[in-house]
Ligand binder design. Structure first.
Ligand code: NAG
Length: 354
């Protein structure tokens, strides 16, 4: 062998090793990097929001009047427990497994593609709208985890989660309940109406009968898919100062949440809790950062995305001249040349064919 070709091979070997190590450390690297890297968010995009403010304002007055009584009822006697038996406010369709559709707008299950598209725009519209109105909200639960992996919704998610402070929740309840917002994402020719609906039981901040753990929904009126909105309150100011929790008893120290960090999510500017890794680990354990197979998807570092596990047949069958069926690997770049060499036994049988 020429010395040159030696050098060439060694060079190639080193290159391969470097690539391989990069590959292996990628998943771990993502975790480590997430701790340091501050994601530069893009400027908030100009969507065509049809600001139907007047229409909404008029509607709001009516609705708030009508609901004052209900809210008073829910408020109860001060220890957070409602006086009257707590009815569940949000309804899901009476179909098993349709728990992620709002009962009022459900007309049937949507396809995976449609669901993903709908959810993507649901969150974009929410981010856009809250930022326009100066409303503070951040990503939570599975939605936050989706951000951690690749700034996107986890493809198997069926709903989304955001959180906000009790004060912000109050603002929404008092000023924006039952308002509809028209959204037009021209790039994808995507138009939808979103309804903001705040649970009147938001006023009781304890778990109660657990019929009303969710404080609000941002609902896609065409499909019934929604974002769950939950407020965090300091429920035990004396015994647990500086600790806020939602009605489903997820607890956070204030410094885990604030100051919020600015990130990019589904191409839009979004906010996440300050100590997001701690928040994620508390809820999902560290496995959330290491498991690379989940819900029939696998994490592919090269693509930087969760890809559905393939049900794709890697082999295809062909009939060749002698009528025999052979199998070749579909992705084999050698194509037909990849046909395996006949075994001695096969050669023997060919005598009878020809
Ligand atoms: C919001 O409006 C709906 C519909 O009128 C009502 O049932 C609900 O109680 C309202 N929520 C609040 C917080 O007032």
């Amino acid at each position: 062998m020429h010395p040159q070709s030696y050098i060439h091979s060694i060079f190639l070997l080193i290159l391969t090793l470097i690539t391989a190590t990069q590959f292996i450390t990628c998943a771990a690297g993502a975790a480590a990097a997430a701790g340091i890297a501050v994601v530069e968010p893009p400027a908030i995009r100009g969507i065509n929001y049809e600001k139907n403010l007047e229409k909404n304002a008029a509607r709001r007055k009516l609705v708030n009047l009508r609901n004052k009584n209900l809210a008073d009822m829910a408020k109860g006697d001060g220890d957070g427990e409602p006086k009257v038996k707590e009815l569940k406010y949000f309804r899901e369709p009476g179909v098993a497994a349709a728990g992620h559709y709002d009962g009022r707008f459900y007309i049937g299950f949507v396809t995976d593609i449609e669901r993903q598209r709908t959810l993507r725009h649901l969150i974009r519209a929410w981010l856009q709208w809250t930022q326009n109105q100066g409303i503070e909200t951040w990503l939570a639960h599975g939605t936050l985890l989706g951000w951690w992996w690749n700034n996107q919704i986890l493809p198997w998610d069926t709903d989304l989660d955001v959180q906000l402070s009790e004060a912000t929740l109050k603002t929404l309840a008092e000023n924006f309940n039952m308002t509809t917002w028209s959204y037009n994402f021209e790039e994808e020719n995507f138009q939808r109406d979103y309804l903001l609906d705040i649970n009147p039981y938001w006023v009781s901040r304890l778990r109660g009968t657990s019929a009303n753990l969710i404080d609000g929904r941002w609902i896609d009126k065409s499909t019934g898919l929604f974002i769950d909105i939950t407020g965090l309150s300091e429920t035990h100011g004396v015994t647990r100062p500086g600790v806020v929790s939602c009605k489903n008893l997820h607890r956070y120290k204030l410094e885990e949440i604030y100051p919020l960090r600015t990130v990019k999510f589904e191409e839009f500017k979004a906010y996440i809790p300050n100590l997001y890794e701690k928040v994620i680990i508390k809820e999902y354990r560290s496995r959330a950062f290491t498991a690379t197979e989940f819900e029939k998807h696998e994490w592919q570092p090269a693509v930087g995305a969760w890809i559905p596990k393939t049900t794709f047949e890697p082999e295809t069958s062909l009939y060749i001249r002698n009528g025999k069926k052979i199998q070749i690997k579909v992705e084999d770049p050698r194509g037909l040349e990849a046909v395996p060499r006949p075994t001695g036994w096969e050669l023997f049988w060919r005598v009878f064919y020809w």
